[in-house]
Design a protein around this ligand. Structure first.
Ligand code: FES
Ligand code: FES
Length: 168
């Protein structure tokens, strides 16, 4: 079975050493997903696989046979930005923009994790199914996505606007 990328089936690479990141960027010409460290430390290459966030630089493309991959390009529907993309623009959640696609995909995956009641290192009540996305939770859960420009305050505001309107 092929991998599906942004809704379209694509063939697996013939070389099993090709990372998912390189498949996206070099073979499918989807440059939205960025290569930062290429070793799992910066989060710039984050994409969604079956709705879960992963760092695509550490993933071999052949492992994702039959899976559904969504990149930042796939978040736009009929020319309309995903609400989180709009919120990043609204809150100046970027400067150079290099980390932004990874931040956005990661935040979407994070929201799904919170919705499933998955606790983080800073969750106080581990027995609850309802986790409030406050600033501490958000910072902890997004700590794998670095921003060298220091746009973190705008990033936090954008994510809170979309996923935690009631948070402080
Ligand atoms: Fe994948 Fe940095 S490029 S985590
Ligand atoms: Fe430049 Fe985040 S906006 S690295």
């Amino acid at each position: 079975m092929p991998i599906k990328v942004n809704g379209s089936p694509v063939p697996l690479p013939s070389d099993p050493r090709v990372s998912l990141l390189d498949l996206l960027r070099e073979q499918l010409h989807l440059p939205g997903t960025k290569k930062g460290c290429n070793q799992g430390a910066c989060g710039a290459c984050t994409v969604l696989v079956d709705g879960e966030r992963i760092v695509s630089c550490l993933a071999l493309a052949v492992q994702y046979d039959g899976r559904e991959v969504v990149t930042v390009e796939g978040l736009v529907e009929n020319g309309v930005l995903h609400p989180l993309q709009g919120a990043f623009v609204e809150h100046d959640g970027f400067q150079c923009g290099y980390c932004t696609p990874g931040q956005i995909c990661s935040a979407i995956g994070m929201a799904t994790e919170i919705g499933r009641g998955v606790p983080s290192h800073v969750t106080v009540d581990l027995s609850t199914d309802v986790i409030t996305l406050d600033r501490d939770e958000l910072r902890e859960r997004m700590s794998g996505n670095l921003c060298r420009c220091g746009a973190h305050n705008g990033i936090v505001d954008a994510i809170l606007e979309v996923y935690a309107e009631a948070a402080e």
